[in-house]
Ligand binder design. Structure first.
Ligand code: PGA
Ligand code: ZN
Length: 398
């Protein structure tokens, strides 16, 4: 049996304790599922997800009857049908979460029918220029912005091990994480070990510079200076209002924020900065690119895994790396198209989780299948984050 016989969905909880959905697609006895994540710092131009109850209804009442009898290996055809059934440009009628759940569960089901590991099956669906055998791991060890309750405006402070193996990269990441725990309790109070949405520490510090300094001290004390780079996702839309950015208790102009990035880069030799300016400022991104000559300016809220937004970023030379989040666009085929478009324009892809995650590990297969530049899955702790790292490790060992 290689035709879809049943599609079902139900509500589950995500890592923040919010409702999300799990979609199951069957071909006779063979079943596959996908549990859909959700963001907190959601880009204005992302595809629209519905609340979990409405998304479950959309899957059961509209998508299931329409897709029965289709071959799950016809991914393009299925994804086109999903777009047609929804009928809106932003997937707001049925919901990007309902649509993505079905799209990815179909691919997982097809891999089972083909008796292939997911990553191997995905390779048969698209041709995308690879960058690395094993992606760089972007591990978010200090959380701020919308993922925490603190004075730190920037959302994520990441370590990126310079390593060719998952094993070594994870050892480096977890070693830094453990040492950082000690340094935080010594620097602040013994009760300061708060954890943010992506599993990173939330510190009592007051300036956006402080987490970088703390990570640098930690890395130096471990003798790992040559093995790791620092990266940030500042998620600037979240502290932008009416032409100003609110940083360290002050309202500053875009030009001052650029100067701040320049000085932080000078001091900490930063590997990448994601969403350095608010999501409409394509020119601001371009200006930073000119300054970060050996680093990456990464689009996330700017580009929202959307071909039109990516095209604008290409035209304006705004970025040299892009975050890939499947639920920003809503189907697997459209995700492939954006990844291909990025690579054809020499832009690096960083496959990413969301801050509200599930235990699904599909993105590790997606990252490995196409030899992407980076995988971003939070701190190497908590089930929903380590599911991705452990899956990548398992694939790399196989
Ligand atoms: P989000 O954050 O999932 O809350 O959008 C992740 C990110 O900005 O990269
Ligand atoms: Zn981001």
């Amino acid at each position: 049996m290689s035709k879809i016989t049943q599609i079902d969905a139900h509500k589950i909880l995500d890592s923040r304790g919010n409702y999300t959905i799990k979609v199951m697609v069957s071909a006779g006895e063979v079943v596959a599922d996908f549990s859909v994540p959700a963001g907190a710092s959601v880009g204005t131009h992302e595809a629209i997800s519905r609340d979990a109850d409405s998304a479950v209804k959309a899957v059961k009442n509209e998508l299931a009857p329409a897709l029965k009898g289709y071959d799950p290996r016809d991914q393009r055809e299925i994804d086109q049908l999903l777009l047609k059934l929804d009928g809106t440009p932003d997937k707001s009628r049925l919901g990007a979460n309902a649509i993505l759940g079905v799209s990815v569960a179909c691919a997982k089901l097809a891999s089972r029918l083909e008796r292939m590991p997911v990553y191997q099956y995905l390779k048969t669906l698209a041709k995308i220029k690879p960058s690395r055998t094993i992606p760089y791991l972007f591990m978010n060890l200090i959380n701020g912005g919308k993922h925490a309750s603190s004075y730190i405006a920037f959302q994520e402070y990441m370590v990126v091990p310079v390593s060719e193996t998952v094993d070594e990269a994870l050892t480096i990441g977890t070693t830094i994480q453990k040492e950082l725990r000690k340094i935080i309790t010594e620097s602040y109070s013994p009760f300061s070990l708060n954890i943010g949405d992506e599993g990173g520490y939330v510190i009592e510090g007051r300036s956006v510079r402080e987490p970088l300094a703390m990570l640098q001290t930690t890395i130096a004390s471990l003798g790992l200076k040559d093995k790791v780079r620092l990266a940030m996702d500042t998620a600037a839309s979240s502290f932008y209002q009416d032409g100003f950015y609110e940083v360290d208790g002050k309202k500053i102009m875009p030009s001052e924020l650029l100067e701040l990035y320049k000085s932080l880069n000078h001091e900490f030799n930063i590997f990448s900065i994601e969403d350095p300016f608010y999501e409409e400022d394509f020119d601001g991104f371009r200006d930073l690119r000119g300054e970060l000559v050996n680093g990456y300016v990464v689009g996330d809220d700017l580009t929202v895994t959307n071909p039109q937004r990516l095209q604008e970023a290409i035209n304006k030379k705004s970025i040299n790396a892009i975050i890939i989040k499947m639920n920003q666009i809503g189907t697997l085929s459209e995700t492939f198209d954006v990844m291909k478009m990025a690579r054809d324009n020499d832009i690096e892809c960083i496959v990413s989780h969301r801050s509200g995650e599930t235990n699904d590990d599909f993105i590790a297969d997606l990252a490995y299948a196409f030899g992407v530049f980076g995988l971003k899955a939070g701190a190497p702790r908590r089930g929903e984050r380590i599911a991705k790292y452990n899956r990548l490790w398992e694939i790399a060992k196989s």
